[in-house]
Design a protein around this ligand. Structure first.
Ligand SMILES: NC(=O)c1ccc[n+]([C@@H]2O[C@H](COP(=O)([O-])OP(=O)(O)OC[C@H]3O[C@@H](n4cnc5c(N)ncnc54)[C@H](O)[C@@H]3O)[C@@H](O)[C@H]2O)c1
Ligand SMILES: [Zn+2]
Length: 366
C-alpha cells in the first residue's frame, strides 16, 4: 500500500467474491493511466470499446486510451448521450450500432467510462450484444464508484419506470480513479454521498457514525478520508452482493430509500432531481416510516435528516398528488402481488424488508 506525502493511502483493492465470476475493485489515485494492463489481463480482449459521454470523454479518455494501447489493445471510443433520461432502449440501440461499426466481437471488451448511467447502459449493451461481451467499469462519479459500478446490475429505464429492463452481468474489473472526482460538481458529489450514507445506515453503524463526523470532508475530497470512505462503501456492497448476487434476500436491503426514490424519479421523468437526491428523500422517508410503524426507536430519522441536511441534500417529498405516488409505487420491481418489499430500519446499521402495500407505505394524510 503506497502512501502520499500527507500519509494518506493511495491505493486499495476490494475483492468481490462470486466464485468464477469474482473480480477486484481497484481504488486509487492516477489509476486511469495504469488500468490498460489490468483490463487486458482480466479480459484477454484484443480490442476495447470505451463507452462514455462527451463531458467525461473529453476530460479522461485521453488518460485511459493510451494505457489500453500500451497493453496491446486496439481502441475505439463511443459517445452516448448524457443523463438518466437517455438511459433507454433507443440509446441502447444506437450503442449496438456503434459496436457493429467498431466490428466488436467476443474478444472486444466494453469499457464503461462515466457515471452510473453510462455504466448501466454500456453494461446492458455488453450483456446482450452477441449474447455477452467482457465488461469493465470505470466509474467517474462518486455514486457510480460506491454503488452503481459494483454488483453487476445493468439495465435501462422504460418510460413507465426505472431500470425495468436489465440483467445481472458482472464486470471483469472495476477501476476507480479518485482523481476524476475533482471535476465532479459538488451537487453530484453530495448525491453520491447519499448512497454512501445509505450503506452505513443499513449495514454498519460505526461507518454511519464516522460519516456523521467527516461527511463534509468527503464532499471536499480530502484525501485522508476520500479513499477509505469509498473503500468501505464498496466493501459493504461487495459483501452483500457476494452473499446474494441475484437479490433473493439480503441484497434487497440495498434498496433502502429506493422505493420512494424510484417513484420520485419516475414522476419527475428523470429530470430535475438526481438519483442520489431521490435516494436521500426516500431514505429519510423510510426512517420516518420505520419509526411510525414502531420498527425502530425514535431518533434515527432525526440523525439521518441532520446528516443529509448538512450536505445540502433534499429531504422533503416533492409535492406530487398521493394518487400519483401510489400508481408509481405499483410498478416497483420489488413488488410481490399487491405488496412491496419495503426496506425498513430497525436501528442505525440494521435494516429489514417488510411487505407493505403502496397505501401502507404512503398512508393518506402524510
Ligand atoms: N446498477 C446499479 O446497481 C445502480 C446503483 C445505483 C444507481 N444506478 C444508476 O446510476 C445512475 C446515476 O448515476 P450517476 O449519479 O453517476 O449519474 P450520471 O451517470 O448521469 O452522471 C452525472 C453527471 O455527471 C457527469 N460526470 C460524470 N463523471 C464526471 C466527472 N468525473 N467530472 C465531471 N462530470 C462528470 C455526467 O456527464 C453526468 O452529466 C442512475 O441511472 C441510477 O439508476 C445504478
Ligand atoms: Zn441507488
Amino acid at each position: 500500500v503506497s502512501k502520499d506525502k500527507g500519509g494518506a493511502r493511495r491505493f486499495a483493492t476490494v475483492p468481490v467474491a462470486l466464485g468464477d465470476r469474482s473480480y477486484p475493485i481497484h481504488i486509487g489515485s492516477g489509476l486511469l493511466g495504469w488500468l490498460g494492463g489490468e483490463i487486458a489481463r482480466h479480459t484477454k480482449a484484443t480490442r476495447a470499446a470505451v463507452v462514455t459521454v462527451p463531458a467525461v470523454g473529453r476530460r479522461y479518455a485521453g488518460r485511459l486510451l493510451p494505457s489500453l494501447r500500451e497493453a496491446g489493445l486496439e481502441t475505439g471510443q463511443i459517445a452516448v448521450r448524457d443523463g438518466d433520461s437517455h438511459k433507454n432502449l433507443r440509446e441502447a440501440a444506437r450503442l449496438y450500432d456503434a459496436l457493429l461499426d467498431f466490428r466488436a466481437d467476443r474478444a472486444t471488451v466494453v469499457v464503461a467510462l462515466g457515471g452510473g448511467t453510462v455504466g448501466d447502459l454500456a453494461g446492458f449493451a455488453a450483456a446482450t450484444f452477441l449474447r455477452g461481451l467482457p465488461f469493465v467499469q470505470i466509474p467517474t462519479t462518486l455514486l457510480a464508484m460506491v454503488d452503481a459500478s459494483v454488483g453487476g446490475k445493468v439495465g435501462v429505464n422504460l418510460p413507465r419506470g426505472k431500470n425495468l429492463v436489465g440483467a445481472f452481468y458482472q464486470p471483469r474489473l472495476v477501476g476507480i480513479d479518485i482523481d476524476t472526482l475533482a471535476s465532479l460538481p459538488v451537487r453530484e458529489r453530495a448525491a453520491g454521498l447519499a448512497e454512501v450514507i445509505k450503506a452505513g445506515l443499513l449495514w454498519d453503524a460505526a461507518f454511519f457514525e464516522q460519516l456523521e463526523g467527516n461527511a463534509e470532508n468527503v464532499l471536499r475530497l480530502k484525501p485522508e478520508v476520500l479513499l477509505p470512505t469509498i473503500e468501505r462503501a464498496c466493501a459493504i456492497k461487495a459483501e452483500i452482493v457476494a452473499e446474494d448476487e441475484r437479490e433473493s434476500g439480503r441484497r434487497m436491503l440495498l434498496n433502502l430509500g429506493h422505493t420512494l426514490a424510484h417513484a420520485i424519479e419516475s414522476l419527475s421523468r428523470y429530470r430535475g432531481i438526481l438519483h442520489g437526491e431521490a435516494v436521500a428523500i426516500g431514505m429519510l422517508f423510510a426512517a420516518r416510516r420505520s419509526e411510525a410503524l414502531g420498527l425502530c426507536p425514535p431518533g434515527v430519522a432525526g440523525r439521518v435528516e441532520r446528516l443529509l441536511g448538512r450536505l445540502g441534500l433534499p429531504t422533503d417529498l416533492p409535492p406530487y398528488p398521493r394518487r400519483a405516488y401510489l400508481s408509481a409505487l405499483r410498478v416497483d420491481k420489488k413488488r410481490r402481488d399487491a405488496r412491496i418489499q419495503f426496506v425498513a430500519l430497525r436501528a442505525v446499521g440494521r435494516a429489514e424488508t417488510v411487505p407493505l402495500t403502496p397505501a401502507e407505505i404512503l398512508p393518506a394524510g402524510e
